[in-house]
Ligand binder design. Structure first.
Ligand SMILES: [Zn+2]
Length: 256
């Protein structure tokens, strides 16, 4: 069994009988006498080798220290970089959130604008409707005044839209007159009617006074009294007598 020895130069382990140190390459020798001139010379060679190896080891330690310093620096840089990456993620998240909030605000703004626009339009519609009603009332008043002044006014036709409750009044003059929404149908004495909220292209009837009462006859074939068509000769319109056109318009006639 080989005995473990130490190299005199690098202090590395060497096997007994080995010709060189496997660590530093020092030639291992056995000297016959410790006092020979050769041995003294060898001692000098040993010192040189020891100094050389010591310098190498010092340089290696310095290099190791620098490597350690570099590792620490790299670790610090890595940590700082991780921190910045985290911060960047936070900022990106905040930016995304802000962008989402902006989108929501824009959508809300668009909704509010749409509501405002609707309201404005409704207000305009209402104003236009009120203006139209005022014009119609003025028109009626003028017609009634004219008829009364001429002495020919015998009654008033009242049209009511059963869906919207809108009303329309038309003066009835002496004689037999046709009333309709289509003045180009060729009927004599036709008086044009308008009723807000309802289109009346097919409505046509005649009104006249006979035997001291008001009478009405259907020219459209679509008027009903108590659910039945009107008699061909006409229907007396006394007080609360009503006829209905297409279940939408109610017609009454009042005598003056
Ligand atoms: Zn050695």
């Amino acid at each position: 069994m080989n005995k473990e020895l130490k190299c005199p130069v690098c202090s590395g382990d060497v096997e007994s009988g080995a010709p060189f140190c496997k660590h530093c390459g020092w030639e291992l020798k056995v000297y016959a006498t410790a006092q020979s001139a050769y041995y003294v010379q060898e001692q000098q060679r040993l010192k040189v080798a020891q100094a050389f190896v010591a310098a190498e080891q010092t340089a290696a330690r310095a290099l190791q220290k620098r490597l350690n310093d570099t590792d620490r620096l790299l670790e610090a840089v890595r940590q700082e970089s991780d921190g910045q990456k985290l911060r960047l993620e936070e900022l990106t998240q905040q930016l995304g959130q802000a962008r989402q909030e902006l989108t929501q605000t824009e959508a809300q703004l668009a909704t509010v604008n749409g509501t405002l626009e609707d309201t404005r339009r409704q207000l305009l519609d209402t104003t236009a409707e009120a203006e139209q009603a005022r014009r119609e009332a003025d028109d009626l008043r003028r017609q009634l005044q004219q008829a009364a002044a001429a002495g020919g006014l015998t009654g008033v036709v009242c049209l009511k839209n059963l869906n919207t409750e809108a009303l329309c009044f038309i003066p009835v003059l002496d004689g037999r007159h046709t009333y309709g929404a289509a003045p180009d149908s060729g009927a004599h004495h036709q008086i044009r009617m308008r009723l807000r909220g309802h289109d009346m292209p097919q409505l046509m009837f005649a009104v006249w006074r006979t035997d001291g009462r008001m009478a009405l006859s259907d020219l459209s074939g679509r008027l009903r009294h108590g659910g039945s068509p009107l008699p061909a000769s006409g229907l007396y319109m006394d007080g609360n007598t009503t006829v209905v056109f297409d279940d939408v318009l109610e017609i009454r006639v009042a005598q003056v």
